[in-house]
Design a protein around this ligand. Sequence first.
Ligand SMILES: C[S@@+](CC[C@H](N)C(=O)[O-])C[C@H]1O[C@@H](n2cnc3c(N)ncnc32)[C@H](O)[C@@H]1O
Length: 497
Amino acid sequence: MPTIVQGAGPASKRHLTAMVRTDLSKPVSLAIADEILKPSSSFFDYGCGRGGDLQRLTAMGYEARGWDPAHRPDAKIRPADVVNLGYVVNVIEDPAERLEALRSAWALTGEVLIVSARPDWEARSVLGRPHGDGIITSKGTFQKFFAQEELRAWLDSGLSVRSVAAAPGIFYVFRDEVRAQSFLASRVRYRPVPVCRPRVTDVLYDANREAMESLAAFVTGRGRLPEAWELGNNGQKISDAFSSVKRAAAVLRRVLGEKDWDGDFAAARDRASKDLLVYLALAALTGRPKASRLPPDVALDVKALFGSYKAACEQADLLLRQVANQRAINTVCTGSPIGKLTPDALYVHASALGSLDPLLRVYEGCARALTGAVPGATLIKFTRTAAKVSYLAYPSFDQDPHPALSVSLRADLPRLHVKYRDFSASANPPVLHRKETFVPEGYPGREKFSRLTRQEERAGLLEEALTIGTRAGWQRRLDELGYRLAGHRLVRAANES
Ligand SMILES: C[S@@+](CC[C@H](N)C(=O)[O-])C[C@H]1O[C@@H](n2cnc3c(N)ncnc32)[C@H](O)[C@@H]1O
């Protein structure tokens, strides 16, 4: 039974830390997006506060229960597939009780424990006096702010596990190492936009359209033919209609056109091999699983794409060794066909990450192992001269012709340090130009971005690169030369009215 502290100290004020939520909390919505929390999973919110997450999840059809020592003391504490310990450990001032809360939540966990705590950069915005390893706030509550690696180290030593960074301040702890590996592999896997459309009608294809489309999507994503079980119900349909996946694939090849199919297959194989190498290189950071502990679908990828696990691991090791070589990083930055290269960095739109050279992907993966996914990151900056990767959020990237930087998060790899900067309230934030240079081909609006850049170049607006980098500097330049922007079009200011 968990300890419930009473008295006049900060422990008696803990109930005040629970906020009224108008939306799902960050860790819970992330767990849904990451398919950690599925509609079929049972969920228990340990330290649920006022129960905002529970209400919303129940309304969405999840089986969600929770307990809180202050707000729901009489609720039953019960095991569940997914347990959430959301922003609880940071309000407990006694380190022994904090660990006890963590271990109690872990003891209830069937599959995945989600642990979140307030990150260290939030400390700047909270006034308080020092108390133990945290502060007492003006409300009399305790807050401990965790650096990303500090939280990971505390989880790993407290539970004897290897936790996975899900996002800054949020970690997943998997009960089963195979499930953890499945999650890590899926995180770097290419997500196909099905591009294969049949050009000729084929009776067999049409009669089994849904199953055949799932087969095409699998091949495009994984670069190999699946086993029937990997397609779920569609696998059964394919076996019934064609007797084997191989035969179904032969029909698909005829329907889609042999040349197109072979070209798509080769490209998919190349992409999937790179995805797998990136996964295996990153898996080495936390201890690569033995071949027998690989998720069954990943084991099939390895066999089809590399022949053996040993061969795949050797190639992944080569890649990982290069990550520590800043010159090699600089060389791939310089040669990257994607992204904007400046004297000190390569900037790439987040949607292009999966298409980068595998070395840069592993390098970024090392940063992500430190920070977790950074929701809202628009651009990724690879510093060329030092081992630093930054995630930059430009919330109005698509709509604003010169979007402003809102927040940045920089991972300093050698120091295992994460630095956060918030520009959202700044009157003069940095702004972007030449947006098309950051995005991959086919990105919606890319042509519109290029057109604007050509207009701005012709008008001589982009010549003063040093002074136009901030909102005020850019506005001054527009005013000086007598222009204004109308959406992604440059117009003469004098033409107004
Ligand atoms: C910041 S609130 C977070 C509430 C909720 N998880 C959310 O994200 O909205 C912290 C909660 O932790 C609860 N709490 C404090 N000590 C606890 C303990 N030892 N075990 C479980 N929960 C605790 C408090 O009552 C409070 O409701």
